[in-house]
Design a protein around this ligand. Sequence first.
Ligand code: AMP
Length: 405
Amino acid sequence: MKVLVVNCGSSSLKYQLFDMDRQACMARGNVERVGTAEAFIVHRPDGADKVRRDVEAADHEQAMKYVFECLVDPRIGVISDLAEISAIGHRVVHGGEKFAGSVLINGAVMQALEDCQDLAPLHNPPNIMGIEACRRLMPDLPMVGVFDTAFHQTMPKEAYLYGLGYDMYTKYGVRRYGFHGTSHRYVSARAAEILGRPVEELCTVTCHLGNGSSLAAVKHGESIDTSMGFTPLEGLVMGTRSGDIDPAIVSFLCEKLGRSASEVVLGYLNKSSGVLGLSGGLSNDFRDLEQAAGRGHELAKLALDVFAYRVVKYIGAYAAAMGQLDVIVFTAGVGENSAEMRARICSRLSGFGISIDPEKNNVRGSEQIISTPTSRATVMVVPTNEEAMIARDTAEIVSRLGARS
Ligand code: AMP
């Protein structure tokens, strides 16, 4: 069975085609600057060089046509006929409370997604556009929605409710939803697999550290808490997002900066804060910050320390919330690649008997146990693979339908 995974942003469309029988990615790529005159596609067949082409993609539907063209192109394609594709799996950011797992997309699901638009005004509309484009182009193909929020639907009320009037939750859906769920689900399950332990026995903190970052407390295979909240702004200090702040800062900054609340929240707190802001505007890229800190740039060092401190604080909180801590997993751009950040974080946990081996920690982008044999919790690097997870869910749901394979 071949499954196409599609992830639409406001001006981008990323895709990967998987051969599920071989559990292998056949081709991947992205269309960038969708909706502008400078749109282009980059297509990479597995094991071959990438190809870049300028395209006319006024919308996601046109962009999708180029993806299909590339996939069956005699020179750079990887299949001879689009009929070889059995299903499409779509990444959807927000599923609200309606979706605790991946689902086959039908009219009712599309309606439920429309109903969630309010909750994710930046992310869900392009996801929906992508699904609609694929449904128009391939109307007979089964499609599956895989939600970033779904894995966290197991959180208990005490973890997902804010200290607000209960009616804010019942009337408007104001609660913690959490994001990066597909990644937290994948790496927590994969960590258990690597350790040869049933996931039901383990209490794991998964640290998805990238430009956007979140932690999850995964107890016996279920998310019981996570650091992102009603939106992805809450929790850790991130590349450009502030993470947790006193909410009174918003009205204070509105006054001082002469901006509206939405300008402060969507603009300043989402795009100009985090390690970018802390480093005096130097960079949101952790590689730049580590290099600058190495050269003695004080604010770059401070930004990295604030980032690490917040991660450590959440690890401690989640160990307490789970009543046990067996495994810490690092994943995503920073978590997988930055030995320096992992060391910064773990050195602050030494008082709890957690220790890593510097040699084992010297790893980039591959699965590895990096803790010492005597460490009180196993510390691991597990590269995330959200696309493979989406493909797997899609194949499973479609197989249950007895669809063509
Ligand atoms: P992601 O959002 O998961 O794609 O992660 C992107 C982030 O990973 C960027 O901010 C990079 O700074 C960071 N990153 C990638 N490679 C490295 C590396 N070798 N060292 C430190 N940070 C890295």
